[in-house]
Design a protein around this ligand. Structure first.
Ligand SMILES: CSCCC(=O)/C(O)=C/O
Ligand SMILES: [Fe+2]
Ligand code: NI
Length: 179
């Protein structure tokens, strides 16, 4: 169940209220339940996966990829698997936790674990969106955001790309004030 909290002390798990905040920065958020066939998948719940296991797990979500190819022009996807034993985890998270933008949109579908995306709202408030399995998010290009793991320190997210070139983080001067 996704939740949003803001620096003004507001917090909710109501999807309509969450979307009201996110629409103000044109971030698209929805929950597409994990396909029934993948709900009980052992691979989906296994912390660390090798390349073949990642490929097999991705294939279980092909329906969603086909939908995104049609509706959003996505051309490729990969699976990011982060867990406490991930080599270089802290360095990797250090890349995502400062406020940054991308020259391309950021499209993620969470299939296991959880994480938090941070945003700067037009009011100047900051918002933290906590997402988990089945949550889908599309952050438009050039939108300030950041990402942190929760105390569980694990997530599996399918990353969809329409153009991989534009995905390098471009850091901004915005100081993150919410955690
Ligand atoms: C949940 S995917 C890892 C985070 C990421 O890709 C990113 O760009 C965060 O801003
Ligand atoms: Fe990002
Ligand atoms: Ni990023």
């Amino acid at each position: 169940m996704a939740t949003i909290s803001t620096t003004s002390g507001y917090a909710t798990d109501d999807t309509v209220a969450i979307n009201r905040y996110l629409e103000s920065i044109e971030v698209f958020f929805s929950n597409w339940p994990i396909p029934a066939a993948m709900e009980a998948s052992k691979l989906r719940k296994t912390p660390s996966l090798d390349e073949l296991e990642k490929k097999n797990l991705l294939e279980g979500f092909e329906e969603i990829f086909l939908r995104l190819q049609k509706e959003m022009g996505m051309k490729s996807r990969d699976l990011i698997v982060l867990h406490p034993g991930t080599p270089g985890l802290s360095e990797m998270l250090d890349r995502f936790s400062p406020c940054h933008t991308h020259d391309d949109e950021e499209v993620r579908y969470i299939i296991d674990g959880e994480g938090e995306f941070g945003f700067v709202l037009p009011t100047g408030e900051q918002a933290l969106l906590k997402i988990g399995p089945g949550d889908f998010i599309r952050i438009p290009k050039n939108t300030e955001h950041w990402f942190v793991l929760t105390e569980k320190r694990c997530i599996k997210a399918i990353r969809y790309f329409s153009d991989t070139a534009g995905w390098v983080p471009k850091y901004t001067s915005t100081k993150v004030k919410i955690s």
